[in-house]
Each structure stands twice: as C-alpha cells, then as structure tokens.
Design a protein around this ligand. Structure first.
Ligand code: TRP
Length: 455
C-alpha cells in the first residue's frame, strides 16, 4: 500500500528549519519556563532533572518522531490522517477527535495564563514592581486571579493575536511569526542568563539544578517527570502531527524530531538557570509551586538592581513562549476543518478562535465570579479541573493511543519507508520501533496507574 502524493494545493514549510522553529515554538512554552522550574524545585533539583532527561529520551523522542511521521506520511491533520490509513469508518478516527478536543480545552485555559503574562508585562512596563514591598508585589497575583474582567480582557487579546496569526495561514502566519519570535525568545533568554550567572546566587542556583538530591525524589516525582516531558514536548494531542503534515514528503523524520526535543530541553534547562540563581540571590525558596514565576520572581525583580528592565524582558519572554504554543494549539483544529473541507481557513479561524474565547470564559472567571463553582468528583475549580483533566488524562491518553497507532496499527512498509529517509543510522528504525511499541506505552501506563493510586 502506498500513499498518493500530496495534493498540489497543500501548503508546505519553506524549509525543514522553518518546521523545526515552529515545532520548537509549540513545544517551548509555559511548560518550560513556568512549570519546569517549579516541579524541579519540588522534587529535589538535579535528581529530577536527571529523570526528566531520561524520560524525554525514552518516552518523548520516540513519540515525537511518531507524530511527525504520521503527519508527514499522510499529509493530513489527525482525524483525516487516521481515516486515510485505516478507512473512513475506523474507530481510530475517535483518537483524532480526542486530540482535537484536548487542543481546544487546553487552549482555552492556556490562553488565560498567556494573558497573565501580558498583564505582568504591563505591570513591569508601568514600573509596578520597582521599590515596592514584597507583600504588595506578591499580592498582585491574587488580585489578578480574583479579577474576572481583567482576566477576560487579556484572554481576549491573546485570542485575537493567536487567531490573527492562524488566519494568515501557514507561511504568512505561522512560519513568518515563529521565524521572528523564536530568535527573539532565544536572545531574551541569553540576556537574562548572563544577568543571572553574574548574580551572587549563581553557584547555589547551578548546584540546585544539577546536583542530584535523591532523597527528595519519589515514585510520584519520577512519574511527574514523564508527564512534564510530555506536556513540554506538546505530545499527545496531534499538534506535532499537524505541523508534520506540512513537511515535504522527502524530508526525514529523525533529525527534526531530535532537533525539536533538543531545543525544548535546552530551553527548559536555561530557564532553570535563569530563575534559580536570582531566587537564591535573594534568599527565597525555589519550591514555591505555581506561584514561583508570578509571585516569587516579581518580588526578586522589585529588589534587584536593574529589576525594571529584567522584569520586562522576562515577561516578554514568557509571553512569546506562550504565544507560539497557542498558535499550534489553534492550528490543530483549523487544519481539521480545512482538510475536511468544512470551511475555509479564514472562516474557520474566526469561528474556532471565537469558540475558544467563549470556552475560556470559565477558566478566566475561576478566581472571581465562578470561584465557588466546584467540579463534581474532582472537587477543584474550573481552571484547575481543566488543567488537571488535560495534562493528567487527555494528553497521556492521546499519547498512548498515538503510540499504539503508529507502533502497532500503522502499515509497516510505509512506516519503514517514511522513517528511513536519510535516517541517521541504518539501525535507527528498529530501535525507534522497539521504543515506540514497548517503552513509551509502558511509561505512559505507569503514569496512569500512579494517577489512580495503584502504584
Ligand atoms: N508544550 C507547551 C508548553 O510547554 C504546552 C502544550 C502542551 C502544548 N501540549 C501542547 C502546546 C500542544 C501546543 C500544542 O508550554
């Protein structure tokens, strides 16, 4: 069985590097700069980093290659891709439905958090941190969280920007914006890094990130590393599949996959190296949970020399990282409606952007008007429930099903041919397939067993 060549009208990336930049833009996000440092803080620094690196290699990389391969070989977004390989009525199409729903759900609260970064950028520019007391500065976060209309306002701005980029299409929108935003992100990070490494807490920060304290690492921490790697690499919801579907057919899979995983990991580590030294320089605690970036860091900025500039650079960095991820989340749904000829890109972008804005009203009001609404069974508010459901269940579930699809259900001849184009080593196909079939699924199943409390 062979797959017919792509229809001439399907747009393609201008180059392989354009794909790598956009895919790295999807992967590098709040997960790297906001979440990675604080989970690392929670599970003992270096020990967690070590496990994280291992799971990225064992679980993340094989699945990254799998998603890219499925997208590239079918030249289609998730639902049509599953149908093309397995037939119109195949149950696999529901995996596509799952991934698109997950992308919508995630974007609706991810956009709210991206909005927080804009609000903090605004606070930085207005000089609201400089010379203020710690109480006041760390209090900004609870004020923002409780202020529904403020959340809605920033969420709206983020969705307008995201929708605008997607509206302009693959080349003029996604490729053009990521070509500008990703280098900007890197430069911002490097400037901040130099600043951190020159701060008095540098040695302590580096030691914290790289010195493994195994006493703080437990089974939950290890499984959290798998989950974090997954979220950080944007796996399990068809985003990489969708971006992969815009690759030319003759491009190889392994090298771009390695590049994207490598960039994502590098940026997470650099973010740790930016954050921990300055946290230690001011005698604060690294393990302060999700508030690390929005509460602890602003306090640090208020005290450090040059804090005004550093805070602007930092929140701009965070916003850029979030925006390039939001774009790819929206593209998953858009690619589906365009591929299935339901509507054209322009209409699709406006409708999908609008729907996600509306969905996002719930997480946006979770700290204010809807603060007392608790989701039954979970017992959490709407925002936390959406994050919990998506990151802990939908993504790993999507990942497991995609691994099963690509590892077991995919026709071997196409898989072999598609993967082996310019593969780095002749034996890499077998190695990849082994990991995809056995190691990745086992890792994910362990995560599930841990979630339901069996292990
Ligand atoms: N990887 C993103 C981050 O690190 C978040 C994310 C998870 C994501 N899944 C995604 C982004 C899918 C785009 C598409 O913040």
């Amino acid at each position: 069985m062979d797959i017919e060549p792509s229809k001439p009208q399907r747009p393609h990336w201008g180059s392989k590097f354009a794909f790598v930049l956009a895919a790295a833009g999807s992967a590098i996000g709040l997960g790297n700069i906001w979440k990675f440092p604080y989970v690392t803080g929670k599970y003992g620094g270096g020990a967690f980093v070590l496990v994280y690196l291992l799971t990225i290699l064992l679980v993340g990389l094989p699945l990254m290659a799998a998603e890219i391969m499925v997208g590239k070989s079918t030249q289609l977004s998730p639902i049509p891709a599953f149908k093309k390989i397995k037939g119109e009525r195949s149950r696999w199409r529901y995996v596509g439905v799952l991934t698109i729903s997950a992308a919508f759900l995630i974007l609706s609260y991810y956009s709210v958090v991206a909005g927080w970064t804009l609000h903090y950028l605004y606070l930085s520019v207005m000089g609201k941190f400089v010379g203020e007391g710690s109480e006041r500065v760390s209090g900004y976060f609870s004020q923002l969280y409780a202020n529904g209309s403020m959340n809605l306002f920033w969420h709206f701005i983020v969705m307008v920007l995201t929708t605008g980029i997607i509206w302009r299409g693959l080349k003029g929108g996604i490729e053009k914006s990521t070509k500008f935003l990703m280098p900007l992100l890197f430069v911002l990070l490097l400037v901040l890094l130099v600043n951190s490494l020159l701060s008095p807490g540098a040695a302590q920060g580096i030691r914290f990130l790289f010195y493994p304290d195994f006493s703080k690492l437990n089974a939950t921490g290890i499984l959290e590393a798998v989950g974090q790697g997954f979220f950080s690499l944007s796996l399990g919801m068809g985003a990489m599949m969708t971006y992969g579907s815009y690759l030319q057919k003759d491009v190889d899979v392994a090298r771009p996959a390695i590049a994207v995983v490598g960039f994502d990991t590098l940026i997470a580590l650099l973010a740790g190296l930016v954050i921990f030294p300055i946290v230690f320089s001011h005698g604060l605690e690294p393990a302060s949970g999700p508030g690390l970036v929005f509460q602890t860091l602003p306090v640090v900025f208020s005290k450090m020399p040059g804090g005004y500039i550093v805070s602007i650079l930092f929140f701009l960095l965070l916003f850029v990282a979030a925006l390039t991820s939001a774009i790819s989340l929206l593209e998953v749904g858009i690619a589906y409606v365009v591929d299935s000829k339901i509507v054209k890109r322009h209409t699709g972008s406006l409708v999908a952007g609008g729907v996600i804005f509306l969905l996002g009203i719930f997480p946006a009001l979770s700290g204010g008007l809807l603060a007392d609404v608790r989701v039954p069974v979970l017992g959490m508010n709407l925002f936390d429930s959406m994050d919990y459901l998506a990151s802990n269940w939908l993504l790993p579930m999507g990942g497991l099903l995609i691994a099963a699809f690509c590892g077991w259900a995919f026709p071997d001849d196409i898989r072999h041919k598609e993967f082996s184009i310019k593969a780095p080593f002749w034996w890499s196909y077998r190695l990849w397939l082994f990991f995809l079939r056995f190691v990745t699924p086992v890792g994910l199943i362990l995560v599930f067993l841990n979630k339901i409390g069996v292990i």
